[in-house]
Design a protein around this ligand. Structure first.
Ligand SMILES: N[C@@H](CCC(=O)N[C@@H](CS)C(=O)NCC(=O)O)C(=O)O
Length: 323
């Protein structure tokens, strides 16, 4: 389900972009400005200046919520949360939302595509979360999660109320390399399995996904984190995919060679990150399951949401000794 904007007009479109070889093709994010602490920067960090639009279901948006929480930026950066179900209007807001969804706190819009056309009246493309919105210039600064999380760490330090540094200078190259390593086979790979339109494309993505998971499982046998001796943005990017894997991707996207809970090291790694103070509160399993199983009617026509599995993310992870 969903749709897209063409020259500022909302068009319902049920087909996902695909290349002729049957592989799912993700659109490049369009708004790519940066916040900066340099004098005269157009987008200077400021308390209360920026707003995040997120879905709690979306792994990319989830990254930004985790970084906001770990750095203690809740008071500085406000958030609006879309409804989990994505129908023909794309991401929407419910003014009477009584669960974790919210109304559009900035404009009271009923649909997220109106935020995109507020920034650019003739915008063409998909309407995705997350969005970092600037109240001062009334526009979208950036809608690419990998860049938003780097900016939150690099440029919002003065506003942070917790001292987590997730993209420390001496580890940046290694974090960039690890993040790039997992993007295609793992973060995007689960989607490439789920949205492949040819068996050959699905099988190739499936093999690449599990080859990458196997590799990281071995690495994490004697490393607590993906890079260095601390939690970094690389772990944030790995986590938001892993936490959705057993409850959603394994069934819905047919990534069913094995569960994360069946991996010797990735299973404890997932629980370790989940139990890091501040992170569990950003995980909303209800939104995650409702979104995927109900919104992708091409994959799950009846929209039933599986009742299981029972997740065990609070049990001891036993990884403290690795750091
Ligand atoms: N590369 C983007 C991807 C964002 C993205 O694809 N978000 C999905 C939700 S998981 C979305 O909003 N999809 C709506 C659509 O494509 O219509 C990022 O990392 O920020």
């Amino acid at each position: 389900m969903g749709g897209l904007l063409r020259d500022g007009e909302w068009i319902t479109k049920e087909k996902w972009e695909q290349s002729s070889d049957g592989h799912f093709k993700r659109q490049e994010s369009v708004f790519r400005d940066r916040t900066s602490v340099e004098a005269d920067a157009r987008f200077e960090p400021g308390k209360g200046r920026y707003h995040l639009y997120v879905s709690l279901a979306c792994p990319w948006a989830h990254r930004t919520l985790i970084v906001r929480a770990l750095k203690g930026l809740e008071e500085s950066i406000s958030v609006s949360v879309v409804e989990p179900f994505m129908g023909s209007g794309g991401w929407t807001f419910d003014a009477d939302a009584d669960d974790a969804s919210t109304q559009d706190h900035l404009f009271g819009f009923d649909a997220l595509h109106k935020v995109y056309t507020k920034a650019d009246a003739t915008f063409s493309g998909r309407v995705t979360v997350p969005i970092l919105w600037d109240r001062e210039t009334q526009t979208i600064v950036n809608n690419e999660s990998s860049e938003i999380i780097r900016m939150l760490d690099e440029t919002f330090g003065a506003l942070a109320t917790r001292d987590a540094i997730l993209y420390p200078e001496h580890l940046r190259d290694a974090i960039d390399a690890a993040t790039a390593d997992i993007y295609e086979p793992i973060n995007n790979g689960v989607y490439r399995c789920g949205f492949a339109s040819k068996v050959s494309a699905y099988e190739e993505s499936f093999d690449n996904l599990f080859a990458a998971l196997d590799r990281w499982d071995s690495y994490l046998a004697d490393h607590r984190y993906m890079v260095g001796d601390q939690l970094t943005l690389a772990d944030v990017c790995m986590f938001t995919t892993l936490v959705r894997f057993d409850p959603v991707y394994y069934v819905h996207f047919k990534t069913n060679r094995q569960l994360i809970s069946q991996y010797e090291h990735l299973s404890g790694y997932l629980r370790d990150i989940y139990q890091t103070p501040g992170i569990a509160e950003t995980v909303n399993m209800h939104h995650i399951k409702q979104h995927y199983y109900r919104s992708h009617t091409q994959l799950n026509p009846k929209g039933f949401v599986p009742k299981g599995p029972v997740l065990d993310l609070d049990s001891p992870h036993g990884r403290g000794a690795l750091s």
